[in-house]
Design a protein. Structure first.
Length: 255
């Protein structure tokens, strides 16, 4: 088995420390959990089931820790009897990439956990949650949003357009809602607003809304996420209190 100095250096060795380098050397350095997989792929290549050999394995470093390597290669020559004679390939240290992948996976798991917690919190608080993909215009909403906006059951199976949702907003409030959302997207302003919606039965509902805009590395708006809360009962109760107070004030002034 012939290798260059870099092959040994990846595992922290001088070439002479491993001499003579044979297939047994490779077997000894490779993680036991990866060795059988690597040999199986190698055999498949030797039997022409795979056009080339490619495998990610762990190699024990001289210091005792494991590094990840990506090995690629193919048969370079055959014997007169048609058996593999020489195999040539490359080995690349991919430890940094593997660590980055693991960190991304860990972060994704944390995000999923946070999302699940927020979803449960939203259910308890009866919050409608929506996301608007600004690149594709796709608008997604949770079940509570459909309930608040009284969307028919047969329309809840697929995402609805933003125009559909906007059409439910009261005509007198629609322009201001659109302007506030556009200001959040274009001018980095916060989005927080109370507006009315008019559902199919002509019932008026009052909605408290808030949202935020996610941006890419170039500061381009790519996603807007928000919440809606039906505050109709609260709004009507407060309005009744205001009217009662006004009536009492008017009565006192009339005395």
């Amino acid at each position: 088995m012939r290798t260059n100095e870099r092959w040994s250096e990846q595992a922290g060795y001088e070439t002479n420390e491993l001499a003579p380098i044979t297939v047994d050397t490779w077997d000894r350095l490779t993680h036991p959990e990866d060795l059988s997989k690597a040999k199986a792929l190698m055999q498949k290549h030797f039997e022409h089931e795979l056009p080339y050999y490619e495998c990610e394995t762990r190699i024990r470093h001289k210091d005792g820790h494991w590094i990840w390597v990506l090995t690629r290669g193919r048969i370079a020559s055959m014997t007169e009897r048609g058996k593999p004679e020489w195999f040539s390939g490359t080995q690349m240290d991919i430890t940094a990439r593997k660590k980055a992948d693991a960190e991304i996976q860990r972060s994704n798991q944390q995000l999923l956990a946070v999302r699940d917690q927020l979803t449960k919190a939203a259910e308890v608080a009866e919050l409608g949650i929506w996301t608007w993909n600004l690149s594709t215009s796709e608008f997604k909403a949770n079940s509570r949003m459909y309930e608040i906006y009284a969307i028919p059951e047969h329309l809840r199976q697929a995402p609805l357009s933003t125009d559909y949702w906007m059409d439910i907003i009261h005509p007198d409030d629609r322009t201001e809602v659109e302007q506030r959302m556009r200001a959040a997207i274009d001018d980095h302003q916060s989005y927080s607003h109370i507006f009315r919606i008019q559902i199919r039965t002509k019932e008026i509902r009052y909605i408290q809304a808030a949202g935020s805009v996610e941006r890419d590395d170039h500061d381009r708006a790519i996603l807007m996420t928000g919440i809606n809360r039906d505050i109709t009962l609260q709004y009507r109760a407060e309005e009744a209190l205001r009217q009662a107070k006004q009536a009492a004030d008017d009565a006192n002034q009339a005395k």
